[in-house]
Design a protein around this ligand. Structure first.
Ligand SMILES: *Cc1c(COP(=O)(O)O)cnc(C)c1O
Length: 465
């Protein structure tokens, strides 16, 4: 399998192999890597496979075909995708259709991003440190609107031959998210940038453009194909289990920001997995909804919302979506988009999800609010490509509510129970550095040595709970 840029303007007209795409992250023409063709597998191809790593290895084999990493795929899946995963089928509702919750938040940093980040880390470490060779350190540069940085830092922490630099918007993420970015040390550096998320992403792009400086740089944002591919595997896992159990293809409702998670779901369906309708739930950042409605792609400034890991005004994975579905009609035919404002998110957190024993994080709450809309609308209309319309819905629960306790607890009226994984992270000492959104201030952090001047903006704290 070869990969090419979404823009197809670069110096790689023949495409490049997976290993190269993983290393580069972003294509030289500024586009994002996509597979040259979408492989197809029938549900029967997964017969006898039950665990997430086993299903992932089968699913991803065509994407690794011909690559140096192909023989390692099984082992990468074993090591990276061993996080607990739960498909919670809620009682009742047999007539109107069944509801499930795909709990993706039982990993080390309590959000779905652990799956992709761990997979990418285990793949890259095999590329960077072939047995016994001493090679130059590679720096993984990542901008985060919240959960990405923590997941990437956790996934790469302590891996030989790899450094991580995490950029995040100063003052725009929750204290607990910040704790998860700044608690690592060793090969992980956290930089708070005086800008918003899009400003951080711009800085990452500028750094990649300046790569000629001799810094070995890779990205670990959801723009990296190595994070997207494994995210398909939990949709495969959940839809196969559902299909085996009920004999029907469930729809998925996916809380969406930069569109990586939703795209993984659409790719999985494209590959032939038993997935019905795919519905994107966004917050008040309505760029994707506006496109869905009008056919005009109009990136906007990012709005801050309660679901802050989805605060993206210019989702970069739209480029990949438009390779998959080139026309506006195709987009409308293959997916649906709903936006949920802060009032409705708050209401949903207060209300919770009947039959599910956990509090809702603000992101999952957007999907549950959309679920309620769909359940109400059901029967009246359904302009989707399927007939009969999907009645079974699986909500992707993208984070544990405890990560957003300062939002969730005042609404539910009780503190959120913290999972063991988060409790461990909260006890680690932290360290961060503050920079302006200027390439000149970032570059010194990307080599192997730490800049002297940069220590001026440093803060080290120990936070104990
Ligand atoms: C990142 C994130 C999202 C959005 O996912 P995308 O792949 O960027 O669309 C949703 N919920 C949570 C909790 C996240 O961390």
């Amino acid at each position: 399998m070869l990969y090419h840029s979404t823009r197809q303007q670069g110096p790689e007209p023949q495409g490049i192999c997976l290993s190269q795409a993983l290393r580069k992250g972003l294509a030289p023409d500024g586009g994002l890597y996509v597979p040259q063709a979408m492989p197809r597998l029938s549900p029967e191809a997964f017969e006898g496979l039950r665990s997430l790593p086993a299903i992932a290895a089968r699913l991803l084999a065509p994407f690794f075909e011909g690559d140096a990493l192909a023989p390692e795929l099984g082992q990468i899946c074993q090591e990276a995708l061993d996080c607990p995963i739960v498909l919670n089928i809620l009682a009742g509702e047999l007539h109107a259709g069944q509801t499930g919750v795909l709990e993706l938040f039982w990993g080390p940093t309590a959000a779905f991003k652990d799956f992709g980040a761990r997979f990418l880390a285990r793949a890259l470490v095999r590329l960077e440190a072939p047995e016994g060779t001493a090679c130059r350190e590679r720096t993984i540069l990542v901008a985060t609107s919240g959960d990405t940085g923590g997941a990437v830092a956790a996934a790469f922490h302590g891996l030989a031959g790899l450094r991580v630099v995490v950029l995040y918007p100063l003052g725009r993420i929750s204290p607990m998210q910040e704790q998860q970015l700044t608690c690592w040390g060793d090969n992980v550096t956290a930089l708070a940038v005086r800008t918003g998320f899009d400003g951080c992403q711009d800085l990452v792009k500028a750094a990649f453009a300046a790569r000629a400086q001799g810094v070995a740089l890779s990205s670990a944002n959801s723009i990296n194909i190595g994070r997207l591919l494994p995210q398909m595997s939990y949709y495969a896992w959940a839809s196969l289990h559902w299909h085996r159990h009920f004999g029907r293809a469930p729809g998925f409702i996916v809380p969406s920001g930069n569109l990586g998670n939703a795209l993984a779901c659409l790719w999985a369906r494209e590959m032939g997995l038993p997935i019905g309708d795919v519905v994107l739930a966004t917050n008040a950042n309505t760029t994707v909804l506006d496109y869905w409605n009008t056919g005009q792609w109009q990136p906007r400034a990012t709005l801050a919302t309660l679901a802050n890991a989805m605060d993206v005004g210019n989702p970069s994975n739209m480029e990949r979506l438009r390779v998959l579905y080139p026309t506006h009609d195709q987009v409308r035919g293959h997916l649906e988009v709903h936006a949920i404002d802060d009032d409705a998110i708050a209401r949903q957190i207060r209300e919770g999800l009947a039959g599910w024993p956990h509090d809702l994080c603000p992101h999952t709450a957007t999907a549950v609010a959309v679920l309620n809309k769909l359940r109400v609308c059901h029967g009246r209309r359904h302009g989707m490509n399927q007939s009969p319309p999907t009645r079974d819905w699986i909500v992707a629960a993208t984070a544990h509510a405890a990560k957003f306790d300062e939002t969730v607890a005042p609404l539910t009226g009780h503190p959120t129970r913290m999972p063991q994984s988060l409790r461990m992270l909260m006890e680690r000492p932290t360290s961060r550095h503050i920079i302006d959104p200027e390439l000149a201030q970032l570059l010194p952090w990307l080599g192997s040595g730490r800049p002297d001047s940069a220590t001026q903006g440093s803060e080290n704290t120990t936070l104990r709970t």
